[in-house]
Write a protein that binds this ligand. Structure first.
Ligand code: HEC
Length: 117
């Protein structure tokens, strides 16, 4: 095959590709990989204050659980909020050195929860 990439694209567009790449179809909306990285990051970086999982209470009384955050913010505003927090901290919360990619991952993770207040 002389132009494998081109023919692969054509096949995908046609929706009739016999040999599909590993991660096809890409997830609609949130990428699972990104949410997975976000979960790891949250467990390492945020879990000492926030409840970052599907159950449990935050160890810092005032820190909202990530489940609650998913109901409180849509992704765009959550992303903005986290970028701001990463730079300046947030009241009792220290500034976090998060790369913008990491912010996206954490947002993907938080949004993977069913919204809940
Ligand atoms: C040292 C403890 C601590 C750590 C670590 C921490 N937080 Fe927080 N976080 C807090 C507290 C306390 C609040 C509540 C702040 C307030 O409202 O005064 C908070 C609030 C927040 C809010 C809500 C902001 C708002 O205005 O609604 C978000 C979002 C958040 N944290 C995300 C994170 C993420 C993501 C991480 C990890 C990358 C993280 N936090 C790590 C203590 C922490």
């Amino acid at each position: 095959m002389r132009f494998p990439a081109v023919s692969l694209c054509a096949a995908l567009l046609a929706g009739a590709c016999a040999v599909v790449p590993d991660r096809w179809p890409p997830v609609t909306g949130v990428s699972q990989d990104s949410a997975d990285r976000g979960r790891q990051l949250a467990q390492q970086t945020c879990a000492r204050c926030h409840a970052v999982g599907a159950a449990g209470e935050s160890s810092q009384r005032r820190a909202p659980t990530f489940r609650a955050l998913s109901g409180r913010y849509v992704s765009v505003s959550l992303q903005r909020k986290l970028t701001e927090i990463a730079e300046t901290g947030h009241y009792d919360m220290p500034a976090l050195l998060l790369h913008s990619d990491q912010v996206e991952d954490v947002v993907a993770y938080i949004n993977s929860f069913e919204p809940q207040e």
